[in-house]
Design a protein around this ligand. Structure first.
Ligand code: NAD
Ligand code: GLY
Length: 369
């Protein structure tokens, strides 16, 4: 295994004019004295938002790294879980900000996975109509996907991520050392979003993943760093060309239309987001095949790679009617018609509708009842 010190830090730039920022990827960044220098404001407070699982692992380390750059550091610890990505929990962040009399120069730091990142970003977008925030992702999923691109949100009982804002961070710091404490199930969930980036945009990266899946699951530092970098490069390019999803950005939702229906249908937290995306990509690949867009061989490669990643490749036995109703709440729906992200060949994503009976058939073929 590559020693951690041999992993050179990498920077990926998200080119968004006035809202541009860097993503730093490397080992040991959280303890690096200069890591947070670029967002320093010694006249302002920092608020670290994290959760009950991540706080004992990394809050002290982040606090020590941030403290020299700010007048004061406050830590807000939320309950852990997708089921807490909601209004009452978001309000705890506002309580902490107001109780500490934080002004509009306050910088929020999101320390945790995608749930903490999405909620902290949304809190930053709302507090005093917008304060700066920094993403410090500690799950593989957050490092390869959710910390980049400025989608922030909470869930609504009627639909996932339905209440939110586009709001970019000032900096993203992905310390791959933090992944060492991640449970294997969460590693697999993160790999789902990695496979997604290869499937939608880069067939060579997809083939590289086929070669390196075991090393990735074992969190071999060199392989993890390469995977995080490539996903961030792909996502940064898509976001830079379509920040607010008026077109191209929708391709980042490959597998998510089916995935969100699984997550909502099963109750938030029962299936991990990445697990639902894994099964969702297998269904979307099969739908692409049924519509004559994707070779059967490539649909099989996607299924096989998800299986090797330790992901579920079959949907839970939810009624097809309920799945379709849940998909109609998806943000890509236009005038009640669901728009699917499909593959017109491996590495080429397209967005389009599909006949209702084909959708019913594919859902039934993958576990729907
Ligand atoms: P998560 O935030 O729930 O984290 C997964 C689990 O790992 C949690 O229990 C967490 O406490 C724990 N954890 C985090 N870091 C850890 C560490 N280093 N060691 C040990 N445990 C750790 O889930 P996630 O998979 O990171 O993110 C999923 C969320 O991200 C979903 O809500 C999804 O909607 C969202 N998301 C957003 C975007 C976006 O563009 N904004 C993209 C993809 C997903
Ligand atoms: N995860 C989808 C996006 O960032 O657009």
């Amino acid at each position: 295994m590559t020693p951690l010190h041999a992993i050179p830090p990498i920077t990926v730039h998200v080119a968004l004019d006035a809202r541009a920022y860097d993503i730093h990827i490397g080992a040991g960044l959280l303890a690096g004295p200069g890591t947070f220098g670029p967002v320093a404001n010694t006249r302002a407070r920092a608020l670290i938002v994290t959760n009950a699982t991540v706080a004992p692992l990394y809050a002290a380390r982040l606090r020590a790294a941030v403290a020299p750059h700010f007048a004061d550091v406050v830590v807000c610890v939320l309950p852990d879980g997708e089921q807490y990505k909601d209004w009452p929990t978001l309000n705890q962040v506002f309580d902490a900000l107001l109780e500490a009399q934080c002004d509009r120069r306050t910088t929020l730091f999101a320390l945790g996975g995608g749930v903490v990142g999405d909620m902290t970003g949304f809190a930053a977008a709302c507090y005093m109509r917008g304060v700066p925030f920094v993403q410090v992702p500690t799950t593989l999923l957050a490092q390869v996907d959710s910390s980049v691109g400025g989608k922030t949100a909470i869930n609504h009982p009627l639909g996932k991520n339905m209440i939110g804002a586009f709001y970019q961070p000032r900096l993203v710091v992905a310390d791959i050392d933090t992944l060492r404490t991640l449970p294997p199930r969460e590693v697999s969930a993160g790999i789902a979003e990695i496979i997604k980036h290869g499937a939608i945009a880069d067939p060579d990266f997809f083939a590289w993943l086929e070669q390196h899946m075991e090393g990735l699951r074992a969190l071999e530092p060199g392989i993890v760093a390469d995977a995080v970098r490539r996903c961030c490069e792909i996502k940064a390019a898509v976001v830079a060309s379509d920040e607010t999803e008026s077109g191209l950005r929708a391709i980042l939702n490959f597998g998510h239309t089916f995935g969100h229906a699984i997550e909502s249908g099963m109750g938030y937290g029962a299936w991990l987001h990445g697990e639902a995306v894994g099964a969702g990509m297998v269904i979307a690949a099969d739908l692409s095949r049924r519509l004559g867009l994707l070779d059967a061989q490539d649909a099989t490669r996607i299924r096989a790679l998800c299986e090797r990643a330790g992901l579920p490749v079959r949907a839970p036995s939810l009624p097809v009617k309920r799945m379709v109703a849940l998909m109609q709440v998806d943000k890509k729906t236009e005038a009640g018609a669901v728009r699917f992200v499909l593959l017109d060949g491996l590495g080429r994503a397209v967005t389009r509708g599909a006949p209702a009976d084909t959708v019913d058939d594919v859902l039934r073929a993958h576990g729907g009842t």
